[in-house]
Design a protein around this ligand. Structure first.
Ligand code: SF4
Ligand code: SF4
Length: 98
């Protein structure tokens, strides 16, 4: 499915759980800046932040979208594609058309 992510401005791109090991690996490969910090959360994941937690994912760049698209966490890959994780923006648009 092609999602209208450029049109919606990344409404689902809030702080997202990222496996700690994967963040370290991506930092070592230079994909993720080492200046970012990791806030541990339950289940062994972390939230990557730039100084402090905000409502928007640290990897979301205004006008450009996800800056680590090929390496985004599994949750981001499933969002909008899985029946259990429907895209909120598309759902809202469909609701308005009724
Ligand atoms: S998946 Fe849906 S809510 Fe998330 S950025 Fe794309 S269009 Fe927006
Ligand atoms: S990693 Fe990318 S796709 Fe996932 S929430 Fe952050 S900006 Fe959005």
């Amino acid at each position: 499915m092609t999602l209208p992510c450029k049109e919606c401005g990344g409404q689902c791109c809030g702080p997202v759980p990222f496996p700690h090991d994967k963040v370290i690996d991506l930092m070592e490969k230079g994909v993720i800046s080492t200046r970012y910090e990791m806030i541990p959360i339950p289940t062994g994941n972390v939230i990557v932040v730039d100084g402090e937690m905000t409502d928007t994912c640290v990897f979301y760049k205004k006008g450009k979208g996800c800056s680590i698209y090929e390496h985004r966490p599994i949750l981001c890959k499933l969002y909008g594609e899985s029946q259990n994780l429907p895209c909120a923006y598309l759902t809202m648009k469909k609701g308005k058309k009724k």
